[in-house]
Design a protein around this ligand. Sequence first.
Ligand SMILES: Nc1ncnc2c1ncn2[C@@H]1O[C@H](COP(=O)(O)OP(=O)(O)OP(=O)(O)O)[C@@H](O)[C@H]1O
Length: 226
Amino acid sequence: MGQPLIDIDDIHLTLGEGDVRTDILKGVSLALDAGETVAVLGPSGSGKSSLMAVIAGLERADRGSVSLAGTQIGELGEDALARLRGRSLGIILQAFHLLPTMTALENVAVPLELAGITNARERAAAELQSVGLGHRLAHYPAQLSGGEQQRVAIARATAPRPQLLLADEPTGNLDSATGGQIIDLLFDRASQAGAGLLVITHDPAVAARASRIVRMSDGRLVADAA
Ligand SMILES: Nc1ncnc2c1ncn2[C@@H]1O[C@H](COP(=O)(O)OP(=O)(O)OP(=O)(O)O)[C@@H](O)[C@H]1O
């Protein structure tokens, strides 16, 4: 086995000033290998989203080290970090976060164009085809169902062919049948791309799909079960 895709060691994160100053992560270590799928479970407020933000380099840890695809991200400036994120990471959130003024095709193609990828529109169309939305390329987000919007978000995340997909409650805004389809799609796309997948979830059915489950409680990882 080569270098882990994610290798975090003894991460501490404190956010907020004065009365709201909160110790959120209190010494978290975790490694995830290429192609591995890991579900993060834990009660509300235990620090799951914050852990993902640190892994994505959206929050900087106060202590500890974060290595992403072999790069120590604590040593990178903002521009280098943004480039690494664009190249190595695909992020999928509960609330889809599509740009409302862009069509499905543009939502997937524009980030590819910004990353300097040639044939961005062709690649975006192919990616949307592979998530079952070849017939909705010209639709705007408001003209799509919730499940369809999440399919666009998955296509946008996978189109740059990242090594790692991060998903925070990807089925949280969907009914259970639609959520089930989205989870199948997410795991299938990750496996076809050979990408690692870290998925935060409250849903035992989602966790059951993962190769490994980790549990957070009050800012710490309390169990790591196969
Ligand atoms: N900027 C901030 N300043 C102070 N405290 C914060 C800040 N952001 C988050 N917190 C606190 O950190 C804790 C962990 O938040 P986080 O969103 O990581 O939890 P979570 O496990 O993802 O919860 P949920 O399942 O409800 O989404 C929460 O108690 C939250 O109130």
